[in-house]
Design a protein around this ligand. Structure first.
Ligand code: DQA
Length: 144
């Protein structure tokens, strides 16, 4: 089973950006957690982060026929991007939307998610653990 874990803009700034909201663990620490979690379960994982919407679209398209599931934290593009929604729809790969913070308990505009309509589940407010929960959800329920 091969999974793609995608992160959008400013997730590379984890540990530096708004630590009261996103915690003090770095993006490198997140990658380590994901890689160890997947290795222990025999899951082949590729992680990718970009600050550019089109790069994320390209990565989703490239997953077609190659990946069995996608975990995505689109970050700010969650609330703006029809292109990411359409990309996930286009490839029809089971996708879980993840947010480190509880997006429904923050600003009004963070309650809107374009990509949600194409996702099999949404995990929000569980910190970095949310990525691991999303991986487990895909492995247990959505990937045959
Ligand atoms: C986020 C929430 C978004 O509203 C925000 O723009 C982010 C991170 C989260 O993980 O909690 O960059 O997706």
């Amino acid at each position: 089973m091969k999974l793609l874990v995608l992160n959008g803009p400013n997730i590379n700034m984890l540990g530096i950006r708004e630590p009261d909201i996103y915690g003090r663990e770095t993006y490198a620490a997140l990658l380590k957690r994901i890689e160890e979690h997947c290795a222990a379960r025999g899951i082949d994982v590729e992680c990718y982060q970009s600050n550019h919407e089109g790069d994320l679209v390209d990565k989703i398209q490239a997953a077609y026929g190659k990946c069995d599931g996608i975990v995505i934290n689109p970050a700010a593009y969650t609330h703006t991007s029809v292109a990411l929604l359409d990309a996930v729809k286009a490839v029809s790969i089971p996708t879980v939307e993840v947010h480190i913070s509880d997006v429904d308990a923050r600003d009004e505009f963070r309650r809107v998610s374009y990509i949600r309509a194409a996702c099999v589940a949404m995990i929000s407010g569980r910190g970095l653990q949310g990525y691991l929960d999303a991986i487990d959800l895909l492995a247990e329920r959505f990937v045959k």
